[in-house]
Design a protein around this ligand. Structure first.
Ligand code: PLP
Length: 429
């Protein structure tokens, strides 16, 4: 591959390349990355930035990790891809075994797919087909909670927050689902049963047509970076059982240690019927996601009308992605990640606390390796993004939220650079 001059690269990017949630031609600032190593991104323009985003929760062990690179290279020497219909292979089977061992015990079957959104689609289809298999075909709707985020495809979008997700734009193409109020009691708050009243009210009224409840346990990610009481998750589990509704937990952002537990549902001590994972699964190396179910769900499919589960992506169980994911999970098991995440949490709590005194700041919250500063007003990305780059850090705020979820391998001085940059940039606001 030739290297384009930077001016030409940026002009072509603006003209031809869509970016996530962006206008075309591009309006906001975009920075060209040349390479990435450990916790650093190196720009084409020479700056070296400490990564505070883990490339959207994924890159938990930093970039270009030698063990992940080696796993990919070894697998490429065997095969990078092969179809999964009628064929199977070592990487997929070993990864499935590992995931079944890591996740709550009742989760026994793994459906591999390519992205988090598709893992959510798969979870929702599994839930609908499960009830059909059981002779209850009218259970086709979903209950979710406000401020959620589950992906950008249609079924996933239908259970995202209706305001953040601008549901009205897609009104005639989007199935209307049921929304309960977002949990209000914070992570360490004293539980009050009223917090889950609206969730229960929807179930009481509509359980006959609801296949499953779906939400992100304990931490709501892109829908608002909200951290809430595990007791909500525990009570939701009980209510789903009471009303004969499945529970789908979306652990795509929270999974693999980010919150301080391997999976956030462990804070509540409960097991979902269906669980979605993705993001950090390959350590940010490439896209891979999965949907896990209990035997109770999967065993109904053989007797159902279709006799099979009606889903099968072209790149399902991609061997390269599975081999890297397997090595990433071995890597996670090879050191005391819990201690590292707790150390990051303690430092984030200590060093983000001064932000509370800034007049622009509404709230500061931290759980595990997630630090959030919520502002009263949305930030101006055109101003703020280059300022963070000038401070030598990569952060990507959205709306009123400035937040960081660094790689677990970050050193205290590097994390301090991030927290100091947040304070410095926000005090100029
Ligand atoms: C990112 C995310 C998704 C969507 O995953 P993609 O890989 O972007 O499709 C779904 N749910 C949650 C909780 C997420 O954070």
């Amino acid at each position: 591959m030739n290297t384009l001059p930077i001016d030409e690269l940026m002009a072509l990017d603006r003209r031809h390349v869509w970016h996530p949630y962006a206008a075309m031609p591009g309006t906001g600032p975009v920075f060209p990355v040349k390479s990435a190593q450990g916790v650093y991104l190196e720009l084409e323009t020479g700056e070296r930035l400490v990564d505070g985003m883990s490339s959207w929760w994924t890159c938990i062990h930093g970039y270009s990790h030698p063990r992940l690179n080696q796993a990919a290279q070894e697998q490429m020497g065997r095969m990078s891809h092969v179809m999964f219909g009628g064929l199977t292979h070592q990487p997929a089977v070993q990864l499935a075994q590992k995931l079944v061992r890591m996740t709550p015990e009742a989760l026994q079957q793994v459906f591999f797919c390519d992205s988090g959104s598709v893992a959510v689609e798969v979870a929702m289809k599994l839930a609908i087909q499960y009830w059909h298999n059981r002779g209850d075909p009218q259970k086709q709707h979903f209950l979710t909670i406000r401020n959620g985020y589950h992906g950008d495809t249609f079924a996933a979008m239908a259970v995202c927050d209706p305001v953040n997700g601008m549901h009205h734009l897609f009104r005639h193409s989007l199935v209307e689902q049921y929304f309960a109020d977002a949990p209000q009691i914070p992570f360490e708050g004293v539980w009050e049963e009223g917090d889950i009243a609206s969730f229960e009210a929807v179930l009481a009224r509509h359980h006959g047509e609801i296949a499953a409840a779906i939400f992100e346990p304990v931490v709501q990610g892109a829908g608002g970076m909200r951290i809430y009481s595990p007791q909500y998750v525990r009570r939701a589990r009980e209510l789903c059982d009471e009303y004969g509704v499945l529970l789908i937990l979306d652990e795509i952002a929270t999974g693999f240690g980010r919150t301080g537990k391997l999976f956030a549902c462990q804070y509540a001590g409960i097991t979902p019927d269906i669980m979605c994972i993705g993001k950090a699964l390959t350590g940010g190396f490439m896209s891979l996601a999965a949907t896990l179910t209990t035997g109770h769900i999967s065993e109904t499919f053989a007797q159902g009308e279709a006799g099979v589960f009606m889903h099968g992506p072209t790149f399902m169980g991609n061997p390269l992605a599975c081999a890297v994911a397997l090595e990433n999970l071995n890597l996670l098991a090879s050191y005391d990640w819990v201690a590292r995440v707790w150390a990051i949490e303690a430092q984030l709590k200590r060093e983000l606390a001064p932000c509370r005194d800034l007049p622009t700041v509404r709230d500061v919250r931290v759980l595990g390796a997630i630090g959030v500063v919520e502002l009263h007003e949305p930030v101006d990305m055109a101003v703020v993004q280059p300022q963070f780059v000038q401070h030598g850090v990569w952060l990507r705020p959205f709306g009123r939220l400035v937040y960081t979820m660094p790689p677990y391998i970050i050193e205290p001085e590097q994390l301090r650079q991030i927290t100091q940059a947040i304070y410095a940039v926000l005090s100029q606001e």
